[in-house]
Ligand binder design. Structure first.
Ligand SMILES: Nc1ncnc2c1ncn2[C@@H]1O[C@H](COP(=O)(O)OP(=O)(O)O)[C@@H](O)[C@H]1O
Ligand SMILES: [Mg+2]
Length: 297
């Protein structure tokens, strides 16, 4: 069960740990059934939920109204009454599983938010970070216009994309740690990745004492990653954290293989981003050709 470690920050969370701890077993059962039916329906009919959970209509309606008020489920009335899982519900399922596995015991404050993710601190064996991938949120909203039955293969795109994104990031971390300075991977379920929490500011926000050494260390890590067959593909000062003077490369879901036909182009873009940041902020003048040779040589 969840212990709330930062009461004051709970209010800003999408789905609070208290909420998850307080989930009734019928509510969990409905979330699980919804997740399963989302492979076939954009809006799951009430009948299917009653059948899957073996609960009465009034019980299912009552539980659904609670899940809707907590931002875990959405209702749609046209052309038939249907229900859909949304990110809050999917996050909840991931957290429930990670808790059952003993990977997470408490959820704390939000520590980051990006274009397609939200990151919280949490308690595992030690302090950890849990990143919920939220890919395709916008396309999901526009998809609501189309209320057709979705065939098995064409299932709910955001659900699939968010899980895939988490799986890809976890795979990269497992491949790279500890050869490359990345957060230690700890666990993964659905759209969530659990990893070591990095304590320190982003590269874009700090004032380095020895910028040349940091730049060289970043290039050395890009090289180690390249040697492991992986290119970050979204590298910039915003995806590097500084912990006790050491750089840590984060945010790996879009990584690509070095054998990819566009690998060199993407690698030069990554390195270019880093070099131009150091040029802008620290007036360090490094040659991109030389850096590229250093990484690939
Ligand atoms: N392991 C971590 N430890 C500490 N903070 C993290 C960790 N992972 C992510 N963050 C924070 O969350 C923010 C968003 O995470 P990131 O992986 O970059 O996702 P996005 O793809 O949304 O940019 C980061 O900028 C950082 O502030
Ligand atoms: Mg990022």
């Amino acid at each position: 069960d969840f212990i709330v470690c930062h009461i004051t920050t709970v209010a800003i969370m999408v789905v609070s740990p208290e909420r998850i701890r307080g989930l009734h077993k019928y509510e969990k059962a409905i979330l699980v059934a919804l997740e399963r039916y989302m492979k076939r329906y954009e809006w799951v009919p009430l009948d299917s939920l009653m059948q899957a959970t073996a609960l009465s209509e009034s019980e299912v309606n009552y539980r659904l109204s609670r899940l809707i008020s907590w931002g875990m489920v959405r209702f749609n009335a046209v052309p038939y009454d249907g229900y859909a899982l949304v990110f809050g519900g999917y996050d909840t399922l991931a957290l429930t599983t990670l808790t059952k596995k003993g990977i997470i015991s408490a959820l704390g404050a939000k520590i980051g938010e990006g274009k397609e993710s939200v990151v919280y601190e949490a308690l595992g064996l030690g302090p950890v970070a849990i990143k919920f991938h939220r890919v395709g949120q916008r396309s999901f909203n526009t998809a609501r216009v189309n209320r057709e039955y979705i065939p098995e293969t064409g299932c709910c795109p955001w659900l699939f994309a968010s899980r895939l994104s988490a799986e890809r990031e976890y795979m990269a971390l497992c491949t790279l740690h500890p050869k490359v300075s990345v957060p230690l991977p700890i666990g993964q379920n659905r759209n969530a990745v659990v990893m070591a929490k990095i304590c320190g500011p982003g590269l874009s926000r700090c004032r380095l004492e020895d910028p040349a050494a940091t730049l060289e260390s970043i290039i050395a890590n890009v090289r180690s990653s390249y040697q492991a067959g992986i290119i970050h593909a979204d590298l910039s000062e915003f995806n590097i954290l500084m912990e006790e003077g050491k750089c840590v490369l984060i945010d790996w879901p879009q990584w690509m293989e070095t054998s990819h036909p566009n690998a060199m182009e993407i690698l030069s873009r990554d390195i270019g981003n880093i070099l131009s940041f150091f040029e802008r902020k620290y007036k360090l003048d490094y040659d991109i050709g030389e850096a590229l040779r250093c990484v690939t040589g």
